[in-house]
Design a protein around this ligand. Structure first.
Ligand code: 6GU
Length: 266
C-alpha cells in the first residue's frame, strides 16, 4: 500500500482523474490511498491568505511558507525541526516532494523507485513560485514532468500518482502487464494491431498472422529499435543493446528503407 498525501490549493482538480479506471480500482483494492489536503485550510487568519507579493518586487504572487509548514505538521503529526525536515527524513518519515518545473525529470526509474515507499507527500506549487524556505527546510525532492511550464503542480501530481500506481505489483492484471511498456526497457514500444486483418485496404503485417512466435518476437524487437532510433535517439544511446541489436541497427539504420514508414515523429 502506498499512501499519497497531496497538498494543493485546488483539490477539486483531482476529482475526475482519481475516480476512473486504474487509479479508481487501485484505491478500491487498497493498493493505494489518496488524501487531498487544501493548503488554504492551514492558513491562519479570517481570510486564510496563502500567497503574497515577492520581497524585492518583480511581480507575481508567491506561496507563503506558513500554510504549507502547518499542513505538513498536521498531516504527519510532527513539529518540523528548526534545522529542517531532512533531519527527520529517513527515520520513518516520508519523502516530501515538491512539483515544480525546476525539479528533476520524472522518469520510469524514478516512478519505479516511488513504488517502494509506504507514504509520500506531494506539494503542488502554484502562482509564480513558492517561498524558498519550503524548498530548503521542508522538501526532500523536487520533480518536474517535462520541459514546459504548467499553471501549477496539480496536473503533474496526478501524473506522478498514475505513473507510480500502475507499477505497484498487482495493480494491473496480467493482460495489462508493464514489462513491455514503452520506456520499461529503455526503448519505445513496437506497433500494435488488432482485428480486422484488413481495414480500409490497409493490411496488418503478415508476420502477425504467421504463427511464427520466434520470428514475431524478433520483428517486435526490430520495430522497437527502429522506432526508438527514429523518434528518440537520446533514449537509444542509453539503452541496453545486444550485439544482434547493434548489428540490426547498423544495417537498417537512419535513412534506410526500413525506417521510412516512421513518419515525422509528431
Ligand atoms: Cl511539476 N509544475 C509546473 N508548474 N510546471 C511544470 C511541472 C511542474 N513539470 C513540468 N512543468
Amino acid at each position: 500500500m502506498v499512501r499519497f498525501d497531496i497538498l494543493t490549493l485546488f483539490p477539486e482538480m483531482f476529482a475526475g482523474p482519481f475516480e476512473a479506471s486504474i487509479i479508481k480500482r487501485a484505491q478500491e483494492n487498497h493498493f493505494i490511498e489518496i488524501a487531498l489536503h487544501n493548503i488554504r485550510d492551514y492558513a491562519p487568519g479570517k481570510h486564510r491568505v496563502t500567497d503574497d507579493t515577492p520581497y524585492g518586487g518583480g511581480g507575481g504572487m508567491i506561496m507563503k511558507p506558513e500554510p504549507i509548514f502547518n499542513a505538513v505538521e498536521a498531516i504527519l503529526g510532527i513539529d518540523v525541526p528548526q534545522a529542517g525536515y531532512r533531519e527527520r527524513y529517513g527515520q520513518g518519515y516520508p519523502p516530501i516532494i515538491l512539483l515544480t518545473p525546476q525539479g528533476q525529470l520524472l522518469t520510469q526509474p524514478a516512478a519505479q523507485a516511488l513504488t517502494t515507499v509506504e507514504r509520500l507527500l506531494l506539494i503542488c506549487g502554484r502562482y509564480e513560485g513558492i517561498d524558498e524556505r519550503v524548498r530548503r527546510y521542508l522538501v526532500t525532492d523536487e520533480l518536474s514532468i517535462g520541459d514546459y511550464v504548467l499553471s501549477g503542480g496539480e496536473l503533474a501530481a496526478m501524473i506522478v500518482v498514475d505513473a507510480v500506481t500502475r507499477l505497484i505489483p498487482g495493480v494491473l492484471g496480467d493482460t495489462e502487464a508493464t514489462a513491455k511498456d514503452s520506456h520499461s526497457e529503455g526503448l519505445l514500444e513496437y506497433p500494435h494491431y488488432t482485428r480486422p486483418a484488413e481495414f480500409r485496404g490497409h493490411a496488418v503485417p503478415d508476420i502477425l498472422l504467421s504463427g511464427h512466435h520466434a520470428k514475431l518476437e524478433e520483428w517486435r524487437r526490430h520495430q522497437s529499435l527502429l522506432r526508438t532510433q527514429a523518434r528518440r535517439p537520446d533514449l537509444l544511446a542509453l539503452a541496453q543493446l545486444s550485439e544482434a541489436d547493434r548489428a540490426f541497427l547498423a544495417q537498417h539504420g537512419p535513412g534506410s528503407a526500413d525506417g521510412a514508414d516512421e513518419g515525422n515523429g509528431v
